[in-house]
Design a protein around this ligand. Structure first.
Ligand SMILES: Nc1ncnc2c1ncn2[C@@H]1O[C@H](COP(=O)(O)OP(=O)(O)OP(=O)(O)O)[C@@H](O)[C@H]1O
Ligand SMILES: C[C@@](O)(CCO)CC(=O)[O-]
Ligand SMILES: [Mg+2]
Length: 327
């Protein structure tokens, strides 16, 4: 039996634009998904108690049918199964063990579908745990690559390498198309996260931006301008000037909002953090609902968000220097 974990992430800059080849800077945070893999005779059994708030266990026999023991949205189960199924397929391929059976248990403290990269963390941890259980140790870069193939497959081609690379490697990273690297020397960033309790539909939000971009030149220019913010931002990141980083985060949020991916609750959390003198604040991930990230080393934004209507949870998230690891 092997347990591996992998971190979630926030985007300091660049979500959505990264889908069109602009650079992005996601940062791993100390919130993780843990996956335990045990080799069994055949098939695949999955236990995923976080998939619904009430919790349930899915028994999946590998015959193409799932058997949730309570009534849950079929699409939710299918998506959850899809990520684990494809991650296990990658592990079997990497270990050259096409027939290997697995029992997989998943638990995590990353809210689902909220822009913190829970799907990437799940896939990265699952590939690591399942390959180790088969006696194979993959380098983090290969896990990142295989995890990207999984997200790309399960999300119908709507995925960049950003989430999976960041989760596998940890720290602050830079992703531009297939070019992925860690940003050295960034050990800490004072992130505060506000969560509205909701979720966004990543596929639909990406499709919405694509439509605007096809329809209007100025929407395409907006996506390109996000790329400019990222290039400016990575230079500022090296100087540790939080004031300017925050200014650029604010600008990035404005452009995401123009592209239609913010929401009333995300905007109100962003404004609550700004009113409390955070250096800056923006939505993180696909948007539509879920989380915002603010930059603030004091407790002011944290306290303000606690009392902001529509903000269901608020927490500080340290930058996680570790990527995927065996527990
Ligand atoms: N702890 C978990 N247990 C089971 N399935 C999980 C878990 N964490 C994530 N998942 C799977 O990942 C899906 C969420 O992925 P999705 O890409 O929609 O959101 P996200 O990765 O949390 O946010 P974003 O991609 O915007 O950063 C869940 O619906 C589920 O299928
Ligand atoms: C919206 C998006 O840019 C980030 C989702 O976390 C999609 C992706 O990069 O895969
Ligand atoms: Mg995801």
């Amino acid at each position: 039996m092997v347990t591996s974990s992998a971190p979630g992430k926030v985007y300091l800059f660049g979500e959505h634009a990264v889908v069109y080849g602009e650079p992005a800077v996601p940062c791993a945070i100390e919130r993780r998904v843990h996956v335990t893999a045990t080799e069994i005779d055949e098939g695949l059994r999955i236990h995923a108690n976080d998939l619904q708030l009430d919790g349930f266990t899915v028994e999946y026999s590998g015959d193409g049918e799932s058997h949730p023991d309570v009534d849950v949205a079929e699409s939710l189960v299918e998506a959850g199964m899809g990520y684990v199924n494809e991650a296990v397929a990658q592990a079997r391929d990497a270990a050259d063990a096409p027939e290997a059976g697995f029992e997989i248990s998943v638990e995590g403290d990353i809210p689902l579908g909220a822009g913190l990269g829970s799907s990437a963390a799940l896939v990265v941890a699952a590939i690591d745990a399942a390959t180790r259980e088969l006696g194979v140790e993959l380098p983090a870069s290969e896990i990142a690559d295989r995890a990207y193939q999984v997200e790309h497959e399960v999300q119908d081609g709507q995925a960049s390498r950003a989430d999976t690379f960041c989760s596998a490697m940890g720290g602050a990273v830079r992703v531009e198309g297939d070019d992925c690297r860690r940003l050295d020397g960034i050990d800490t960033l004072p992130f505060v996260i506000g969560y509205d309790g909701g979720a966004g539909d990543t596929g639909a939000l990406v499709a919405g931006v694509r439509n605007l971009r096809d329809k209007y030149d100025f929407a395409a220019d907006t996506v390109a301008a996000i790329g400019d913010i990222v290039r400016e931002g990575e230079a500022v990141l090296e100087t540790g000037d939080y004031e300017r980083l925050g200014e650029l985060m604010d600008f990035n949020h404005g452009l995401l909002s123009a592209l239609g991916v913010s929401s009333r609750s995300l905007d109100s959390m962003v404004w609550a953090a700004r009113d409390a003198d955070a250096h800056g604040a923006k939505l993180t991930g696909a948007g539509g609902g879920g989380c915002i990230v603010a930059l603030d080393e004091t407790d002011d934004a944290l306290t303000a968000l606690k009392y902001t209507p529509g903000c269901e949870d608020v927490f500080r998230a340290e930058l996680d220097i570790d990527g995927v690891r065996q527990e």
